[in-house]
Design a protein around this ligand. Structure first.
Ligand code: ATP
Length: 569
Protein backbone atom coordinates (compact mmCIF):
# COMPACT_ATOMS: atom_id res chain seq x y z
CA UNK A 1 0.00 0.00 0.00
CA UNK A 2 1.37 3.34 -1.07
CA UNK A 3 0.42 5.10 2.10
CA UNK A 4 2.47 2.66 4.20
CA UNK A 5 5.45 3.20 1.93
CA UNK A 6 5.07 6.95 2.51
CA UNK A 7 5.26 6.34 6.25
CA UNK A 8 8.08 3.76 6.21
CA UNK A 9 10.45 5.55 3.87
CA UNK A 10 11.09 8.29 6.41
CA UNK A 11 12.57 5.85 8.97
CA UNK A 12 14.04 3.07 6.87
CA UNK A 13 17.17 2.36 8.95
CA UNK A 14 15.26 2.39 12.25
CA UNK A 15 12.82 -0.17 10.84
CA UNK A 16 15.60 -2.46 9.54
CA UNK A 17 17.26 -2.30 12.98
CA UNK A 18 13.93 -3.09 14.64
CA UNK A 19 13.31 -6.16 12.46
CA UNK A 20 16.86 -7.46 13.00
CA UNK A 21 16.54 -6.98 16.78
CA UNK A 22 13.32 -9.03 16.71
CA UNK A 23 15.04 -11.89 14.86
CA UNK A 24 17.97 -11.82 17.32
CA UNK A 25 15.52 -12.00 20.27
CA UNK A 26 13.81 -15.06 18.73
CA UNK A 27 17.16 -16.78 18.15
CA UNK A 28 18.35 -16.10 21.69
CA UNK A 29 15.09 -17.45 23.06
CA UNK A 30 15.35 -20.72 21.05
CA UNK A 31 19.00 -21.12 22.00
CA UNK A 32 18.20 -20.63 25.68
CA UNK A 33 15.75 -23.60 25.57
CA UNK A 34 18.29 -25.70 23.66
CA UNK A 35 21.03 -25.01 26.22
CA UNK A 36 18.59 -25.56 29.09
CA UNK A 37 17.98 -29.04 27.65
CA UNK A 38 21.76 -29.62 27.57
CA UNK A 39 22.00 -28.43 31.19
CA UNK A 40 19.27 -30.88 32.32
CA UNK A 41 20.80 -33.77 30.39
CA UNK A 42 24.24 -32.85 31.80
CA UNK A 43 22.76 -32.96 35.33
CA UNK A 44 21.09 -36.31 34.66
CA UNK A 45 24.30 -37.86 33.36
CA UNK A 46 26.50 -36.12 36.02
CA UNK A 47 28.54 -34.69 33.12
CA UNK A 48 27.77 -30.97 33.16
CA UNK A 49 30.43 -28.97 31.30
CA UNK A 50 31.52 -25.46 32.38
CA UNK A 51 31.22 -24.22 28.79
CA UNK A 52 27.48 -25.16 28.73
CA UNK A 53 26.86 -23.16 31.94
CA UNK A 54 28.84 -20.16 30.59
CA UNK A 55 27.08 -20.18 27.19
CA UNK A 56 23.64 -20.60 28.82
CA UNK A 57 24.34 -17.68 31.17
CA UNK A 58 25.62 -15.48 28.33
CA UNK A 59 22.50 -16.22 26.26
CA UNK A 60 20.25 -15.26 29.20
CA UNK A 61 22.15 -12.02 29.88
CA UNK A 62 22.24 -11.09 26.16
CA UNK A 63 18.51 -11.84 25.92
CA UNK A 64 17.77 -9.45 28.83
CA UNK A 65 19.90 -6.69 27.32
CA UNK A 66 18.48 -6.96 23.77
CA UNK A 67 14.91 -7.11 25.10
CA UNK A 68 15.53 -3.89 27.01
CA UNK A 69 17.17 -2.11 24.04
CA UNK A 70 14.31 -3.23 21.80
CA UNK A 71 11.94 -0.93 23.70
CA UNK A 72 13.47 2.13 22.08
CA UNK A 73 12.78 1.41 18.37
CA UNK A 74 9.54 -0.33 19.37
CA UNK A 75 8.06 2.74 21.10
CA UNK A 76 9.36 5.11 18.43
CA UNK A 77 7.97 3.09 15.56
CA UNK A 78 4.47 2.53 16.90
CA UNK A 79 4.08 6.21 17.77
CA UNK A 80 5.38 7.66 14.54
CA UNK A 81 3.24 5.34 12.38
CA UNK A 82 0.06 6.42 14.20
CA UNK A 83 0.94 10.11 14.17
CA UNK A 84 2.21 10.11 10.58
CA UNK A 85 -1.05 8.60 9.36
CA UNK A 86 -2.92 11.41 11.10
CA UNK A 87 -0.64 13.99 9.52
CA UNK A 88 -1.23 12.45 6.10
CA UNK A 89 -4.95 13.09 6.60
CA UNK A 90 -4.24 16.73 7.43
CA UNK A 91 -1.96 16.96 4.38
CA UNK A 92 -4.83 15.60 2.31
CA UNK A 93 -7.10 18.37 3.61
CA UNK A 94 -4.61 20.93 2.30
CA UNK A 95 -5.15 19.75 -1.30
CA UNK A 96 -8.58 18.08 -1.30
CA UNK A 97 -11.15 19.17 -3.87
CA UNK A 98 -13.32 21.69 -2.01
CA UNK A 99 -16.71 20.32 -3.04
CA UNK A 100 -15.73 16.83 -1.84
CA UNK A 101 -14.52 18.30 1.44
CA UNK A 102 -17.90 19.99 1.93
CA UNK A 103 -19.63 16.62 1.81
CA UNK A 104 -17.62 15.22 4.73
CA UNK A 105 -19.28 15.68 8.14
CA UNK A 106 -16.78 17.06 10.65
CA UNK A 107 -17.53 14.80 13.64
CA UNK A 108 -17.58 11.65 11.51
CA UNK A 109 -14.47 12.75 9.68
CA UNK A 110 -12.46 13.19 12.88
CA UNK A 111 -13.45 9.71 14.09
CA UNK A 112 -12.78 8.18 10.67
CA UNK A 113 -9.24 9.59 10.75
CA UNK A 114 -8.74 8.57 14.40
CA UNK A 115 -9.93 4.99 13.76
CA UNK A 116 -8.04 4.80 10.48
CA UNK A 117 -4.73 5.94 11.95
CA UNK A 118 -5.08 3.45 14.83
CA UNK A 119 -5.99 0.67 12.37
CA UNK A 120 -3.09 1.57 10.06
CA UNK A 121 -0.71 1.38 13.02
CA UNK A 122 -2.11 -2.05 13.96
CA UNK A 123 -1.76 -3.32 10.39
CA UNK A 124 1.80 -2.14 9.83
CA UNK A 125 3.28 -2.38 13.31
CA UNK A 126 1.01 -4.91 14.96
CA UNK A 127 0.68 -7.29 12.03
CA UNK A 128 3.39 -6.96 9.34
CA UNK A 129 6.31 -6.06 11.61
CA UNK A 130 5.29 -8.65 14.18
CA UNK A 131 5.05 -11.28 11.48
CA UNK A 132 8.50 -10.59 10.05
CA UNK A 133 10.48 -10.04 13.24
CA UNK A 134 8.71 -12.28 15.73
CA UNK A 135 6.16 -14.82 14.48
CA UNK A 136 7.95 -16.27 11.42
CA UNK A 137 11.42 -16.53 13.09
CA UNK A 138 9.89 -18.10 16.24
CA UNK A 139 7.83 -20.67 14.30
CA UNK A 140 10.74 -21.65 12.01
CA UNK A 141 13.25 -21.92 14.87
CA UNK A 142 10.85 -23.93 17.06
CA UNK A 143 10.07 -26.35 14.21
CA UNK A 144 13.80 -26.76 13.46
CA UNK A 145 14.64 -27.50 17.11
CA UNK A 146 11.61 -29.85 17.48
CA UNK A 147 12.68 -31.58 14.23
CA UNK A 148 16.19 -32.01 15.65
CA UNK A 149 14.64 -33.93 18.58
CA UNK A 150 11.95 -35.88 16.66
CA UNK A 151 10.71 -35.37 13.07
CA UNK A 152 7.32 -37.07 13.69
CA UNK A 153 6.45 -34.61 16.46
CA UNK A 154 7.35 -31.78 14.11
CA UNK A 155 4.83 -33.16 11.58
CA UNK A 156 2.17 -33.38 14.34
CA UNK A 157 2.74 -29.70 15.19
CA UNK A 158 2.34 -28.70 11.53
CA UNK A 159 -0.94 -30.67 11.31
CA UNK A 160 -2.14 -28.67 14.34
CA UNK A 161 -1.47 -25.42 12.43
CA UNK A 162 -3.86 -26.48 9.65
CA UNK A 163 -6.70 -27.00 12.15
CA UNK A 164 -6.07 -23.61 13.72
CA UNK A 165 -6.23 -21.78 10.36
CA UNK A 166 -9.45 -23.58 9.47
CA UNK A 167 -11.15 -22.46 12.69
CA UNK A 168 -9.87 -18.89 12.30
CA UNK A 169 -11.35 -18.44 8.85
CA UNK A 170 -14.69 -19.68 10.11
CA UNK A 171 -14.99 -16.99 12.77
CA UNK A 172 -13.62 -14.17 10.63
CA UNK A 173 -16.70 -13.70 8.48
CA UNK A 174 -18.87 -13.20 11.52
CA UNK A 175 -16.41 -10.78 13.13
CA UNK A 176 -16.32 -8.57 10.01
CA UNK A 177 -19.96 -7.69 10.32
CA UNK A 178 -19.60 -6.82 13.99
CA UNK A 179 -16.54 -4.64 13.35
CA UNK A 180 -18.28 -2.64 10.61
CA UNK A 181 -21.19 -1.97 12.92
CA UNK A 182 -18.78 -0.82 15.68
CA UNK A 183 -17.08 1.65 13.32
CA UNK A 184 -20.32 3.10 12.04
CA UNK A 185 -21.64 3.60 15.57
CA UNK A 186 -18.34 5.08 16.78
CA UNK A 187 -18.44 7.62 13.96
CA UNK A 188 -22.04 8.45 14.80
CA UNK A 189 -21.23 8.87 18.48
CA UNK A 190 -18.38 11.21 17.64
CA UNK A 191 -20.67 13.22 15.38
CA UNK A 192 -23.12 13.72 18.27
CA UNK A 193 -20.25 14.58 20.62
CA UNK A 194 -18.67 17.19 18.33
CA UNK A 195 -22.09 18.64 17.55
CA UNK A 196 -22.91 18.89 21.27
CA UNK A 197 -19.60 20.58 22.04
CA UNK A 198 -19.84 23.07 19.20
CA UNK A 199 -23.50 23.92 19.49
CA UNK A 200 -23.80 24.05 23.26
CA UNK A 201 -25.88 27.22 23.45
CA UNK A 202 -28.23 26.31 20.59
CA UNK A 203 -28.79 22.80 21.92
CA UNK A 204 -29.29 23.90 25.51
CA UNK A 205 -31.72 26.70 24.78
CA UNK A 206 -33.63 24.71 22.15
CA UNK A 207 -33.67 21.70 24.49
CA UNK A 208 -32.01 19.48 21.91
CA UNK A 209 -29.60 17.81 24.33
CA UNK A 210 -32.21 15.25 25.48
CA UNK A 211 -32.68 13.87 21.97
CA UNK A 212 -28.94 14.02 21.23
CA UNK A 213 -28.16 12.12 24.44
CA UNK A 214 -30.78 9.49 23.61
CA UNK A 215 -29.23 8.91 20.16
CA UNK A 216 -25.73 8.88 21.68
CA UNK A 217 -26.79 6.34 24.31
CA UNK A 218 -28.20 4.06 21.59
CA UNK A 219 -24.96 4.28 19.64
CA UNK A 220 -22.92 3.69 22.79
CA UNK A 221 -24.99 0.60 23.69
CA UNK A 222 -24.52 -0.82 20.19
CA UNK A 223 -20.76 -0.31 20.47
CA UNK A 224 -20.54 -1.90 23.93
CA UNK A 225 -22.60 -4.95 22.89
CA UNK A 226 -20.68 -5.44 19.66
CA UNK A 227 -17.30 -5.11 21.40
CA UNK A 228 -18.31 -7.59 24.10
CA UNK A 229 -19.47 -10.04 21.45
CA UNK A 230 -16.13 -9.72 19.67
CA UNK A 231 -14.15 -10.38 22.87
CA UNK A 232 -16.28 -13.44 23.66
CA UNK A 233 -15.65 -14.89 20.19
CA UNK A 234 -11.93 -14.19 20.47
CA UNK A 235 -11.75 -15.77 23.92
CA UNK A 236 -13.66 -18.84 22.70
CA UNK A 237 -11.03 -19.24 20.02
CA UNK A 238 -8.26 -19.01 22.66
CA UNK A 239 -9.93 -21.61 24.86
CA UNK A 240 -10.26 -24.06 21.95
CA UNK A 241 -6.68 -23.30 20.97
CA UNK A 242 -5.34 -23.87 24.52
CA UNK A 243 -7.19 -27.23 24.59
CA UNK A 244 -5.58 -28.23 21.28
CA UNK A 245 -2.08 -27.42 22.61
CA UNK A 246 -2.78 -29.39 25.83
CA UNK A 247 -3.91 -32.37 23.70
CA UNK A 248 -0.72 -32.26 21.59
CA UNK A 249 1.44 -32.01 24.75
CA UNK A 250 -0.31 -35.09 26.25
CA UNK A 251 0.18 -37.03 22.99
CA UNK A 252 3.90 -36.09 23.03
CA UNK A 253 4.31 -37.13 26.69
CA UNK A 254 2.53 -40.49 26.15
CA UNK A 255 4.46 -41.10 22.93
CA UNK A 256 7.80 -40.30 24.65
CA UNK A 257 6.90 -42.55 27.61
CA UNK A 258 5.92 -45.49 25.34
CA UNK A 259 8.86 -45.18 22.96
CA UNK A 260 11.22 -44.33 25.93
CA UNK A 261 13.88 -43.05 23.56
CA UNK A 262 13.90 -39.39 24.76
CA UNK A 263 15.94 -37.94 27.64
CA UNK A 264 14.34 -35.83 30.42
CA UNK A 265 16.08 -32.76 28.95
CA UNK A 266 14.62 -33.52 25.53
CA UNK A 267 11.08 -33.92 26.92
CA UNK A 268 11.33 -30.62 28.86
CA UNK A 269 12.75 -28.91 25.75
CA UNK A 270 9.99 -30.43 23.57
CA UNK A 271 7.24 -29.09 25.88
CA UNK A 272 8.91 -25.65 25.89
CA UNK A 273 9.30 -25.68 22.09
CA UNK A 274 5.68 -26.76 21.67
CA UNK A 275 4.63 -23.63 23.55
CA UNK A 276 7.05 -21.59 21.45
CA UNK A 277 5.72 -23.13 18.24
CA UNK A 278 2.07 -22.53 19.10
CA UNK A 279 2.25 -19.30 21.02
CA UNK A 280 3.19 -17.29 17.89
CA UNK A 281 0.42 -19.05 15.98
CA UNK A 282 -2.09 -18.01 18.64
CA UNK A 283 -0.69 -14.50 18.51
CA UNK A 284 -0.73 -14.64 14.72
CA UNK A 285 -4.38 -15.63 14.69
CA UNK A 286 -5.35 -12.79 16.97
CA UNK A 287 -3.28 -10.41 14.87
CA UNK A 288 -4.66 -11.83 11.64
CA UNK A 289 -8.25 -11.44 12.79
CA UNK A 290 -7.39 -7.97 14.06
CA UNK A 291 -5.60 -7.20 10.76
CA UNK A 292 -8.64 -8.18 8.72
CA UNK A 293 -10.91 -6.12 10.97
CA UNK A 294 -8.53 -3.17 10.97
CA UNK A 295 -8.63 -3.24 7.21
CA UNK A 296 -12.30 -2.25 7.44
CA UNK A 297 -11.40 0.88 9.44
CA UNK A 298 -8.35 1.52 7.32
CA UNK A 299 -10.34 1.35 4.08
CA UNK A 300 -12.65 4.05 5.44
CA UNK A 301 -9.56 6.17 6.19
CA UNK A 302 -8.20 5.46 2.70
CA UNK A 303 -11.55 6.59 1.23
CA UNK A 304 -10.69 10.05 2.52
CA UNK A 305 -7.09 9.92 1.29
CA UNK A 306 -8.29 8.84 -2.15
CA UNK A 307 -10.75 11.69 -2.60
CA UNK A 308 -9.76 13.82 -5.58
CA UNK A 309 -7.36 16.71 -5.12
CA UNK A 310 -7.85 20.17 -6.48
CA UNK A 311 -5.75 19.75 -9.61
CA UNK A 312 -5.03 23.48 -9.80
CA UNK A 313 -3.17 23.44 -6.51
CA UNK A 314 -0.29 21.41 -7.86
CA UNK A 315 -0.25 22.32 -11.53
CA UNK A 316 -1.07 25.13 -13.90
CA UNK A 317 0.50 28.33 -14.95
CA UNK A 318 2.30 30.31 -12.24
CA UNK A 319 1.01 33.83 -12.13
CA UNK A 320 1.67 37.24 -10.72
CA UNK A 321 -1.50 39.15 -9.96
CA UNK A 322 -0.47 42.76 -10.40
CA UNK A 323 -3.72 44.55 -11.08
CA UNK A 324 -6.43 42.49 -9.40
CA UNK A 325 -8.86 42.67 -12.34
CA UNK A 326 -11.68 40.09 -12.05
CA UNK A 327 -14.03 39.14 -14.85
CA UNK A 328 -16.81 36.54 -14.86
CA UNK A 329 -17.84 35.73 -18.45
CA UNK A 330 -20.97 33.64 -18.97
CA UNK A 331 -20.25 31.48 -15.91
CA UNK A 332 -22.51 28.46 -15.34
CA UNK A 333 -22.54 26.46 -12.14
CA UNK A 334 -24.68 23.73 -10.52
CA UNK A 335 -24.41 21.87 -7.23
CA UNK A 336 -25.12 18.26 -8.22
CA UNK A 337 -27.69 19.20 -10.84
CA UNK A 338 -29.13 22.11 -8.86
CA UNK A 339 -28.46 25.13 -11.05
CA UNK A 340 -27.07 28.14 -9.18
CA UNK A 341 -25.80 30.37 -12.03
CA UNK A 342 -26.49 30.44 -15.76
CA UNK A 343 -24.40 32.80 -17.88
CA UNK A 344 -23.30 34.97 -14.95
CA UNK A 345 -21.17 37.90 -16.11
CA UNK A 346 -19.65 40.87 -14.30
CA UNK A 347 -16.43 42.81 -14.16
CA UNK A 348 -14.62 44.06 -11.07
CA UNK A 349 -12.01 46.61 -12.17
CA UNK A 350 -8.67 46.69 -10.37
CA UNK A 351 -8.42 48.72 -7.14
CA UNK A 352 -12.20 48.97 -6.85
CA UNK A 353 -14.50 47.74 -4.13
CA UNK A 354 -17.25 45.38 -5.19
CA UNK A 355 -19.95 44.13 -2.87
CA UNK A 356 -22.34 41.20 -3.21
CA UNK A 357 -25.64 41.40 -1.37
CA UNK A 358 -28.88 39.51 -1.61
CA UNK A 359 -31.09 37.16 0.32
CA UNK A 360 -29.78 34.00 1.87
CA UNK A 361 -29.07 31.29 -0.69
CA UNK A 362 -28.81 33.73 -3.61
CA UNK A 363 -25.26 32.59 -4.42
CA UNK A 364 -22.95 35.14 -2.74
CA UNK A 365 -20.63 32.60 -1.06
CA UNK A 366 -20.51 30.50 -4.22
CA UNK A 367 -19.20 33.51 -6.19
CA UNK A 368 -16.58 34.19 -3.51
CA UNK A 369 -15.44 30.56 -3.58
CA UNK A 370 -15.20 30.71 -7.34
CA UNK A 371 -13.07 33.85 -7.18
CA UNK A 372 -10.89 32.02 -4.65
CA UNK A 373 -10.57 29.12 -7.13
CA UNK A 374 -12.16 26.64 -4.68
CA UNK A 375 -15.22 25.96 -6.82
CA UNK A 376 -14.74 25.57 -10.59
CA UNK A 377 -17.35 26.82 -13.05
CA UNK A 378 -19.13 24.22 -15.19
CA UNK A 379 -19.08 26.61 -18.14
CA UNK A 380 -17.84 30.09 -19.02
CA UNK A 381 -14.64 31.66 -17.81
CA UNK A 382 -13.29 33.49 -14.78
CA UNK A 383 -10.47 35.82 -15.73
CA UNK A 384 -7.93 37.29 -13.33
CA UNK A 385 -5.87 40.07 -14.91
CA UNK A 386 -7.05 38.66 -18.24
CA UNK A 387 -5.80 35.12 -17.53
CA UNK A 388 -8.07 32.11 -17.24
CA UNK A 389 -8.28 31.17 -13.53
CA UNK A 390 -8.89 27.50 -14.39
CA UNK A 391 -5.43 27.35 -15.99
CA UNK A 392 -3.63 29.08 -13.14
CA UNK A 393 -1.62 27.40 -10.41
CA UNK A 394 -3.63 28.25 -7.30
CA UNK A 395 -0.61 28.09 -5.00
CA UNK A 396 0.92 31.04 -6.83
CA UNK A 397 -2.49 32.80 -7.07
CA UNK A 398 -2.88 32.55 -3.29
CA UNK A 399 0.23 34.69 -2.85
CA UNK A 400 -1.90 37.58 -4.05
CA UNK A 401 -5.29 37.06 -2.44
CA UNK A 402 -6.50 37.07 1.12
CA UNK A 403 -9.74 35.73 2.53
CA UNK A 404 -11.36 36.73 5.82
CA UNK A 405 -14.58 35.04 6.91
CA UNK A 406 -17.00 35.69 9.76
CA UNK A 407 -15.52 32.77 11.70
CA UNK A 408 -12.25 34.49 12.48
CA UNK A 409 -9.91 31.99 14.07
CA UNK A 410 -7.86 33.02 17.09
CA UNK A 411 -4.70 30.97 17.34
CA UNK A 412 -3.04 29.75 20.49
CA UNK A 413 -0.38 32.45 20.97
CA UNK A 414 0.19 36.08 21.86
CA UNK A 415 -1.81 39.02 20.52
CA UNK A 416 1.20 40.04 18.43
CA UNK A 417 1.63 36.55 16.94
CA UNK A 418 -2.06 36.49 16.11
CA UNK A 419 -1.66 39.62 13.99
CA UNK A 420 1.75 39.37 12.32
CA UNK A 421 2.51 35.64 12.86
CA UNK A 422 6.32 35.33 12.84
CA UNK A 423 7.09 38.50 10.85
CA UNK A 424 9.28 41.08 12.51
CA UNK A 425 7.27 44.29 12.74
CA UNK A 426 7.84 47.36 14.97
CA UNK A 427 5.47 47.19 17.95
CA UNK A 428 4.25 50.73 17.38
CA UNK A 429 2.97 49.73 13.90
CA UNK A 430 0.90 46.94 15.46
CA UNK A 431 -0.47 49.31 18.11
CA UNK A 432 -1.43 51.82 15.37
CA UNK A 433 -3.32 49.07 13.53
CA UNK A 434 -5.06 48.00 16.74
CA UNK A 435 -6.34 51.53 17.01
CA UNK A 436 -7.59 51.47 13.40
CA UNK A 437 -9.58 48.28 14.04
CA UNK A 438 -10.97 49.58 17.32
CA UNK A 439 -8.98 47.24 19.57
CA UNK A 440 -6.81 49.89 21.26
CA UNK A 441 -8.80 49.80 24.49
CA UNK A 442 -8.87 46.01 24.47
CA UNK A 443 -5.08 45.98 24.04
CA UNK A 444 -4.51 48.55 26.78
CA UNK A 445 -6.38 46.40 29.28
CA UNK A 446 -4.29 43.32 28.58
CA UNK A 447 -1.87 42.37 31.38
CA UNK A 448 1.12 41.93 29.07
CA UNK A 449 0.08 44.11 26.13
CA UNK A 450 1.04 42.61 22.77
CA UNK A 451 2.69 39.66 24.53
CA UNK A 452 -0.52 38.54 26.27
CA UNK A 453 -1.58 35.00 25.45
CA UNK A 454 -4.96 34.95 23.76
CA UNK A 455 -7.01 32.14 22.30
CA UNK A 456 -7.45 28.79 23.97
CA UNK A 457 -4.88 29.23 26.73
CA UNK A 458 -5.35 32.94 27.42
CA UNK A 459 -7.75 35.84 27.21
CA UNK A 460 -11.04 34.96 25.56
CA UNK A 461 -12.34 37.39 22.94
CA UNK A 462 -15.88 38.27 21.92
CA UNK A 463 -17.11 37.51 18.39
CA UNK A 464 -16.73 41.16 17.32
CA UNK A 465 -13.25 41.41 18.85
CA UNK A 466 -12.15 38.28 17.04
CA UNK A 467 -13.37 39.71 13.76
CA UNK A 468 -11.46 42.93 14.37
CA UNK A 469 -8.35 40.92 15.17
CA UNK A 470 -8.73 39.12 11.82
CA UNK A 471 -9.05 42.48 10.04
CA UNK A 472 -5.90 43.74 11.81
CA UNK A 473 -3.98 40.95 10.04
CA UNK A 474 -4.90 42.48 6.68
CA UNK A 475 -2.83 45.57 7.43
CA UNK A 476 0.31 43.43 7.34
CA UNK A 477 -0.50 41.48 4.19
CA UNK A 478 0.30 42.44 0.63
CA UNK A 479 -2.61 40.74 -1.14
CA UNK A 480 -3.85 42.39 -4.35
CA UNK A 481 -7.33 40.92 -3.99
CA UNK A 482 -8.95 41.09 -0.57
CA UNK A 483 -12.11 39.10 0.17
CA UNK A 484 -14.23 40.00 3.18
CA UNK A 485 -16.95 37.35 3.62
CA UNK A 486 -19.31 38.64 6.33
CA UNK A 487 -16.11 39.73 8.08
CA UNK A 488 -17.83 42.39 10.22
CA UNK A 489 -21.10 40.55 10.90
CA UNK A 490 -20.58 40.34 14.69
CA UNK A 491 -19.80 44.04 15.19
CA UNK A 492 -22.22 46.73 16.27
CA UNK A 493 -23.03 49.38 13.65
CA UNK A 494 -20.84 52.14 15.12
CA UNK A 495 -17.79 49.92 15.49
CA UNK A 496 -18.31 48.47 12.03
CA UNK A 497 -18.52 51.91 10.46
CA UNK A 498 -15.32 53.04 12.16
CA UNK A 499 -13.41 49.84 11.31
CA UNK A 500 -14.60 49.68 7.68
CA UNK A 501 -13.84 53.34 7.01
CA UNK A 502 -10.23 52.86 8.10
CA UNK A 503 -9.92 49.56 6.28
CA UNK A 504 -11.32 50.90 3.01
CA UNK A 505 -8.88 53.79 3.16
CA UNK A 506 -6.02 51.31 3.68
CA UNK A 507 -7.25 49.01 0.88
CA UNK A 508 -7.88 51.76 -1.67
CA UNK A 509 -5.19 50.51 -4.06
CA UNK A 510 -6.36 46.86 -3.86
CA UNK A 511 -9.34 45.06 -5.31
CA UNK A 512 -11.73 44.45 -2.44
CA UNK A 513 -14.74 42.14 -2.51
CA UNK A 514 -17.26 42.30 0.28
CA UNK A 515 -20.12 39.95 1.05
CA UNK A 516 -22.53 41.24 3.65
CA UNK A 517 -26.08 40.82 4.82
CA UNK A 518 -26.12 44.19 6.55
CA UNK A 519 -26.36 46.71 3.74
CA UNK A 520 -24.77 49.46 5.83
CA UNK A 521 -21.50 47.54 5.55
CA UNK A 522 -21.30 48.09 1.80
CA UNK A 523 -22.49 51.70 1.69
CA UNK A 524 -19.21 52.98 0.28
CA UNK A 525 -18.57 50.20 -2.26
CA UNK A 526 -17.85 51.31 -5.86
CA UNK A 527 -20.28 48.74 -7.20
CA UNK A 528 -22.88 46.72 -5.34
CA UNK A 529 -24.19 43.57 -7.04
CA UNK A 530 -27.66 42.66 -5.88
CA UNK A 531 -28.15 38.93 -6.34
CA UNK A 532 -31.48 37.17 -6.64
CA UNK A 533 -31.64 33.40 -7.29
CA UNK A 534 -28.16 33.34 -8.84
CA UNK A 535 -28.76 36.35 -11.12
CA UNK A 536 -27.66 39.95 -10.83
CA UNK A 537 -30.97 41.75 -10.26
CA UNK A 538 -29.27 45.17 -10.16
CA UNK A 539 -25.91 46.77 -9.64
CA UNK A 540 -24.53 50.23 -8.94
CA UNK A 541 -23.61 52.53 -6.09
CA UNK A 542 -25.64 52.46 -2.87
CA UNK A 543 -27.61 55.68 -3.38
CA UNK A 544 -28.38 54.87 -7.04
CA UNK A 545 -29.65 51.41 -6.12
CA UNK A 546 -31.83 52.82 -3.39
CA UNK A 547 -33.44 55.05 -5.99
CA UNK A 548 -33.56 52.71 -8.99
CA UNK A 549 -33.88 49.16 -7.66
CA UNK A 550 -37.10 48.20 -5.97
CA UNK A 551 -35.58 44.87 -4.91
CA UNK A 552 -32.62 46.61 -3.25
CA UNK A 553 -35.01 48.96 -1.49
CA UNK A 554 -36.98 45.96 -0.32
CA UNK A 555 -33.82 44.43 1.11
CA UNK A 556 -32.90 47.71 2.75
CA UNK A 557 -36.31 48.06 4.32
CA UNK A 558 -36.44 44.46 5.45
CA UNK A 559 -34.02 45.08 8.28
CA UNK A 560 -35.82 46.67 11.23
CA UNK A 561 -32.97 49.07 11.88
CA UNK A 562 -32.87 50.02 8.25
CA UNK A 563 -36.61 50.47 8.25
CA UNK A 564 -36.28 53.07 10.98
CA UNK A 565 -33.36 54.66 9.13
CA UNK A 566 -35.38 54.71 5.92
CA UNK A 567 -38.28 56.46 7.63
CA UNK A 568 -36.01 59.32 8.54
CA UNK A 569 -34.11 59.46 5.25
N1 ATP B 1 -22.16 22.18 -1.02
C1 ATP B 1 -23.37 22.42 -1.53
N2 ATP B 1 -24.09 21.44 -2.08
C2 ATP B 1 -25.31 21.67 -2.61
N3 ATP B 1 -25.91 22.88 -2.60
C3 ATP B 1 -25.26 23.92 -2.05
C4 ATP B 1 -23.95 23.73 -1.49
N4 ATP B 1 -23.54 24.94 -1.01
C5 ATP B 1 -24.56 25.81 -1.28
N5 ATP B 1 -25.57 25.19 -1.90
C6 ATP B 1 -26.79 25.83 -2.40
O1 ATP B 1 -26.44 26.83 -3.34
C7 ATP B 1 -27.22 27.99 -3.20
C8 ATP B 1 -26.31 29.21 -3.04
O2 ATP B 1 -25.62 29.06 -1.83
P1 ATP B 1 -24.62 30.18 -1.28
O3 ATP B 1 -23.99 29.64 -0.05
O4 ATP B 1 -23.74 30.64 -2.36
O5 ATP B 1 -25.65 31.32 -0.91
P2 ATP B 1 -25.41 32.67 -0.08
O6 ATP B 1 -26.03 33.75 -0.86
O7 ATP B 1 -23.98 32.83 0.25
O8 ATP B 1 -26.24 32.35 1.21
P3 ATP B 1 -26.04 32.92 2.71
O9 ATP B 1 -26.30 34.38 2.66
O10 ATP B 1 -27.10 32.21 3.46
O11 ATP B 1 -24.65 32.56 3.15
C9 ATP B 1 -28.14 27.74 -2.04
O12 ATP B 1 -29.39 27.35 -2.55
C10 ATP B 1 -27.51 26.58 -1.30
O13 ATP B 1 -28.49 25.78 -0.70
Amino acid sequence: MNVFYEVIKKKKSLIVLYILTGIVISMLSALSIHYFQRLLDGFGAHALSVSTIVIYSLIMVASCAVNYLDNQPDTKIQNFIYLDLKLLALKKMSTINYLDYQKLGMGKLVQQIENGAAAGKNILYGFYFNLVRDIIPNVILSLVFIGMIDLRIMMLVIAGYVIVFFVTNLILKYLYKIKKSILIHEELLNKYLVRGLMELVVFRVNKRFGEELRKSENASEEITDAKTKMVMIHELFFTVFALLVILIKIIVIIYSFISSNLSVGEIVALIAFLDKAYQPIAVFNVLYVQYKLDKVAFERYMDILQLPDDKNLGSGESCAVIEGDIRFAEVDFSYEGNEIFKGLSFHIPPKSTAAFVGESGSGKSTIIKQIAGLIKPDGGRIGIDGKDLSKMNLQSYYDYISYTSQESPVFDGTLKENIVFDSIVPEQDIINVLERVGLKEFYENLPKGLDTQIGERGVMMSGGERQRLALARLYFQKARIVILDEATSAMDNLTEEYVMENLMEFLKDRTTIIVAHRLNTVRNADNIYVLKHGEIAANGRFEDLLQNSSYFKELWNANSHNTVAAMYS
